[in-house]
Design a protein around this ligand. Structure first.
Ligand code: ACO
Length: 430
């Protein structure tokens, strides 16, 4: 059986044979389908990319119906249990788990790029006292492009590598400074004796003690959360990273755009929205009424549903288990009762079952972050740190892909045809 698709254009009766590769037809192959020779040719219309592959990728695999997520072939559950964030970052970026020597070099390279230029600190100081830390993060990432001009050398693999070290290393420092700014505390500089996660916690929470001692269970929990959030193939922010990066701008500017995409409540802002929703519901006995209001169309059940997963998000399963370990140290988040009841009712309810709406990664992550002491404004910031790895891997893959060009969709134009300019005095209503 040939791997082709036969199309008959009923407008002309003409028949076309379109090749199928990787279960996909190329949209440009449809351009030959025309009524008149000077027609533009047939296009596909796909708002929100519901059924369009924008690239070929080897990084992350998702089977949304089966609830499978793998980085470079390794199941997320195994990585969450056996790996650590920096090792997983290496895997995502370079395609293989590192040897001991490569791992040590990698950790060293990240650890020794954690410092920020003093002027970046001054820049962050300039934000208003109640600035949202995600706004500070987005702006500061963009500002890094003015400090690292070699970021523009995007065709030089060594220069790209340098920006990868810098971005992964500096994100926790910027995030922690944004947090300390929002609570009015002096910034804490990186401590390179500590692990990536323990150092981040030190920059967040160290007060007068000479060395910050993070609780090992909380270090582990944050490490696992970072693994779970490291990449998620062509999501809204990865698509933004690729799209902006396709103009060949430096990675800092592209990543500021990716982080901005993550800020929205339908993407990385969802766990913040989950906690606000739980606050709004208030108590377990009000859950039933809330579900009814969602079904009646007044808002969404935040933390539920996913464009790709039509099954339980595998990350949500890991997080649910993790929550118990964190709550043993921090005490139980009182909102957990409401969340569990919401999940119980929703998973049995015809409305959610029919639409295949299951808890996503954000349903429980906010509860953990809150129990660890993070204000809700920090949630998207916490998401951005590990997702930096995914953004950079997607960016690198895009730059090395000979099929990629500047991302530039087409449109179906439904506006006016040509019309002549009308003087202001002659316009209707003058
Ligand atoms: N609560 C109630 N109904 C929902 C929800 C929800 N959370 N999500 C989808 N639906 C309903 C829609 O109303 C629609 O119903 P209809 O067919 O009767 O019109 C149907 O399910 C399909 O929904 P779409 O909006 O078409 O699905 P889409 O794939 O565009 O949206 C999204 C996915 C944005 C994640 C959506 O499920 C949502 O808004 N969820 C809440 C926000 C959230 O948790 N986002 C985090 C995603 S994970 C992440 O980014 C890390």
């Amino acid at each position: 059986m040939p791997d082709t698709l036969t199309i008959i254009d009923n407008r002309t009766g003409k028949k076309y044979e379109i090749p199928i590769t990787d279960e996909t037809i190329k949209a440009v192959d449809l351009r030959q389908i025309k009524v008149k020779d000077d027609d533009f040719g047939l296009m596909t219309y796909d708002p929100a990319f519901m059924n369009t592959a924008s690239c070929r990728s080897k990084i992350t695999f998702i089977d949304g119906d089966k609830g499978i997520l793998r980085y470079r072939g390794y199941p997320i559950e195994q990585l969450a249990e056996k790996s650590n964030f920096l090792e997983t970052a290496y895997l995502i970026l370079y395609g293989e788990l590192p040897t001991k020597q490569h791992y040590e070099q990698w950790v060293h390279d990240i650890t020794f790029h954690t410092m920020l230029h003093e002027n970046i600190k001054k820049l962050m100081d300039g934000f208003h006292y109640d600035a949202h830390p995600m706004g500070m993060l987005i702006s500061t990432i963009g500002a890094l492009s003015t400090f690292y001009r070699d970021g523009l050398r995007i065709h030089d693999p060594q220069a790209r590598q340098k920006q990868v070290f810098r971005l992964i290393a500096k994100m926790p420092t910027i995030a922690a400074f944004a947090y300390r700014h929002s609570v009015g505390r002096k910034y804490v500089y990186p401590d390179n004796d500590l692990s990536y996660i323990a150092n981040f916690m030190s920059m967040l929470w160290r007060m007068t003690e000479p060395k910050y001692q993070a609780h090992p269970a909380l270090v582990k929990a944050l490490d696992v959360l970072f693994i779970l959030h490291a990449d998620h193939e062509q999501n809204c922010s990865a698509n933004a990273m690729r799209g902006i990066g396709s103009s060949q701008v430096d990675p800092y500017s592209a990543m500021a755009g990716a982080a901005a995409a993550l800020y929205g409540p339908l993407h990385g802002g969802a766990n913040e929205a989950v906690l606000r929703m739980l606050d709004e519901i208030g108590s377990k006995d009000k859950v039933g009424a809330f579900i009814q209001s969602v079904k009646a169309g007044s808002g969404r059940l935040m933390g539920f549903g996913h464009r790709v997963y039509k099954n339980y998000d595998p990350r949500a399963k890991v997080i649910k288990r993790l929550a118990d370990e964190v709550f043993e140290v921090t005490g139980r988040n009182p909102k957990l009762e409401i969340a569990l009841e919401l999940e119980r009712i929703a998973l049995e309810d015809e409305y959610f079952v029919k639409r295949k709406l299951y808890p996503n990664v954000d349903f429980y992550s906010g509860l953990i972050y809150q129990a660890m002491g993070f204000p809700v404004e920090m949630f998207p910031v916490l998401f951005s740190i590990p997702r930096t790895v995914g953004w950079l891997a997607q960016w690198e893959e895009m730059l090395n892909d000979p099929e990629q060009k500047i991302a530039r969709p087409r449109q179906i134009f439904l506006g006016y045809g040509q019309r002549d300019y009308v003087a202001m005095s002659k316009r209707a209503g003058s």
